[in-house]
Design a binder for this molecule. Sequence first.
Ligand SMILES: Cc1ncc(COP(=O)(O)O)c(C=O)c1O
Length: 173
Amino acid sequence: MLDAMDQGNRYSFTEMNEMKALLAQKEGVTPDHILLGAGSGELLCLAGLGVGLEGGAVTSAFPVFRQLMEYAQKFNARWDKANLDDYLVHDLEGLASAVKADTKILFLVNPNNPTGTVLDPAKLKSFCLEMSKKTTVYSDEANSGRNGKEGIPDSYLGLPWQRMVPCEHWHTG
Ligand SMILES: Cc1ncc(COP(=O)(O)O)c(C=O)c1O
């Protein structure tokens, strides 16, 4: 980071492409599957905007990190919610039944913010596989690749990329 510091005021097109290539290689996809943003918030807003412009709904647990849904609602999309269970974990059955014919995105947050609860990786994977037959599954994961906690999936390899949007973001400090 120190070496890169004096380049920080430059446009980073070359570095962005290098970063995309590295991430694509790690995830076993082509670079055009990778979208980088100025923070994952930018990508959440874009996805919310997309749902609004297409018309339809986004489904998520409640409460969760709400940036995508709030943006979608501003563009007249509907937000369908499934309450967290008694342990403040995503209720997968509740979420499945909250997905409707016009649901454009099923939004998951793992670990969840604001509750910090984590989904069982095997259950999460089979849930994503099942739900991605019905809608696009957007999975928002903070620091998943490097927080070292057992049980948090590092990658979504093997899931259908046409209908899955794994979104990783890393917080420093
Ligand atoms: C679950 C979750 N998603 C997305 C964000 C947005 O993060 P950033 O835009 O800083 O990458 C946060 C920030 O706290 C978060 O907790």
